[in-house]
Design a protein around this ligand. Sequence first.
Ligand SMILES: Nc1nc2c(ncn2[C@@H]2O[C@H](COP(=O)(O)OP(=O)(O)OP(=O)(O)O)[C@@H](O)[C@H]2O)c(=O)[nH]1
Length: 292
Amino acid sequence: MDQYNLNTREGRWKHFGSVDPIKGNKPTEKEKMTDLQSSKKDFLFEIDHVGIKNLTYPVRLDSYQTAGTFSLSTHLAKDEKGINMSRILESVEAHYDNGLSLDFDTLKTVLITLQTVMHQKDATVDVDAKWFFDRFSPVTNLRAIGHADTRFSMTVEGDTTINKSLTLTAMVTTLCPCSKEISEYSAHNQRGIVTVKADFAPEGELPANFKERILEAMEVNASSMLYPILKRTDEKSVTERAYENPRFVEDLLRLIAADLVELDFITGFTIECRNEESIHQHDAFARLTYNK
Ligand SMILES: Nc1nc2c(ncn2[C@@H]2O[C@H](COP(=O)(O)OP(=O)(O)OP(=O)(O)O)[C@@H](O)[C@H]2O)c(=O)[nH]1
């Protein structure tokens, strides 16, 4: 039986197996520690992206505080062993303002800070975050909170943005035209998942409502939109709207593409529509990439 005082935390820790630290020969002051990552010689390859992924950090998107999942990286020259990773978090923290404002102007300032403190030629960020917005039921006009998924992506080189894109993912209803055509009554319908990656002119201005305009193209072309609150009058309306607007996954994809072509602040896009089929165990999907 050991003799540790179980009435103290230290005694309990030792009782459970903790040991005293060894004396050790390595320096404990930062100035005397080897800075391995900063060592220079021929390390064979330059690296396109090195950094951190899966960083969870508070963001403000429109009027909502939400959580962002960040990937942040820089280039690394061939003669440098590693980046100073702690500086990535320092670059984000430098722009903290009750969370990080999730907009391209703020992301650009973070990237310029990152690139500068890393002494690298470029920096890249991807941020995934839930976007919450007001959604009104179609007949009763009751407000509730809807949501879509966003990914803000950006790369800067020096002071110049070299790419900038927004990926939105939203859910819709699709009603099968074939099923409607061949059946005496009813038609199977399902929840469709639409993803649009919209590319923007890197240094171009965006309209204030750019997210809303892309989301509208994704939702209004479906058989029906989704709503958080539906009373009976609303339910009748969305059911009939879906029947009046049947869509194959291909139809939805092409109709969204036609709307996106008309949005002049988008330079190119990739759309994927995926239907979680209600008459199969598998999903149906279609994808299209278009550059203007
Ligand atoms: N480069 C590199 N760093 C890593 C890796 N894995 C962990 N680290 C990080 O290395 C960090 C040390 O960060 P640095 O920024 O190099 O620390 P530092 O040199 O004291 O910081 P500065 O004073 O800014 O130069 C630790 O916090 C670890 O998170 C890796 O695979 N590569």
